[in-house]
Design a binder for this molecule. Sequence first.
Ligand code: 4AZ
Length: 488
Amino acid sequence: MASNLRPAPYYENYAYRSENVAPPRFTSDYNVYLPHAPPYYPSSVPHYVPRVSTQQSVPVPAVQAKSSAKCTPRTKKALCLLLSIAMLLIGAGICVFLIWYFVTDSCSGSEIQCGTTRVCVTPSQWCDRKQDCPNGEDETRCVRLYGPENLLEVYSSENKDWYSICYDDWNDKYGETACEDLGYNSNTYFNSKAIPVTTGSANILRINTSAGDIDLYKKLYNSNWCPSQQVVTLRCIRCGTSNRPMSPRNRIVGGSDALLGEWPWQVSLHFRGTHFCGGSIITPEWIVTAAHCVEGTRSHPFYWTVYAGILRQSEMIPSKGFRVARIISHPNYDLTSKNNDVALMKLQSPLSFNEFIGPVCLPNAGMMFETDQRCWISGWGAKYQGGNTSKELNAAVVPLINSSICNGRYIYNGIVLPTMICAGYLQGKVDSCQGDSGGPLVTMKSLLWWLVGDTSWGTGCATQFKPGVYGNITVFIEWIYRNMQANR
Ligand code: 4AZ
């Protein structure tokens, strides 16, 4: 859509809008052709072959038969020609109107368009805590967490930028509100902390404590003065803690048995009673997996059972499983290219977190995972290409591979899209495999484990020059939060 969508909040990691689609130039488009077109004078003699044969073969209704009885073949042909021209003109008119309706902007100047509708709001209505768009687009994506320190940021519609919040006068109640706005339930709220304002972070909002009992966001105002010189960091859930020290052994293909509590976010997803895919716990009710795991007939929640905190497949019995209430596949998942290979599963009843079951952290906006960053994959997938799924949970270390290398001519030759991330070794030997799909690719940063990817595809398993390809979770955070929010 047009450039007037620009003031909406966005995440650095995700380019999601196309801009500057030029509206069609209706009248001028015609002007281009009309001067060159020969003038149209209805000829008294049609100069094309009359379509007599079809007219004769179609049974003619009584009324028509009556009127045509009075007509000469010449007037009939002229009528037919006029009718065809009228139909063509009406059809062209409808097409032009439809193109105009869907391509042009309905919003003027500084106004912002509400999603794909033709409703417009002013910049001050965006993120003002009042729903002005029919589908509430103006009030989504107004809070975000930024970077590995979980810096809380609020979008200012006035200044069209993200702002940190001064820690002075902040409390946990505000923290819970912000977490709920992201899509978490208030019962998972973990903590708010203060971190020093870094040099250059001039964007700070303060809380107006004398504003009375109004919405947190309405209490915020721009200020150059933050007495504590500290800003708010927020953890909406206690995530990313493994209950085993990271073991040095390289323990899938080329991995080794995992320990209980080592990958507490790892779940086994059973379809009709057998392990089919992996998944990652992100909240007590939500699991991240791959869209290709829940494709077609597998999209119905009834056939799935989720097992958490169990290492051995033989111990996964229905009484220990969790039923699935809802499955949400990414709407832009593409079966052929595996673009947007991510899905969410909502459980019928929440998991109870303990030493062996717990969530992994969703990456934040602005978190860039570097090439060669050490990541871990885990799952019950095959230990070699074409093998059976494993009886025990396995895990292995795989470094991230730069997308431009992974897209190299002798590797994946351009089919790795921005929604994907490669990890593994070009020499092969260690990799995810069939049955690991949907499962986690995680990394440790700032003492926490983050979900970098979901196992998606690869040519074979542990093949030379064919590393594993994972869904790039950083690109999906906004979609994940929006769906958690909308499906509480
Ligand atoms: C699969 O079929 C699959 N080597 C998963 C991961 C990889 C290949 C295949 C990556 O589920």
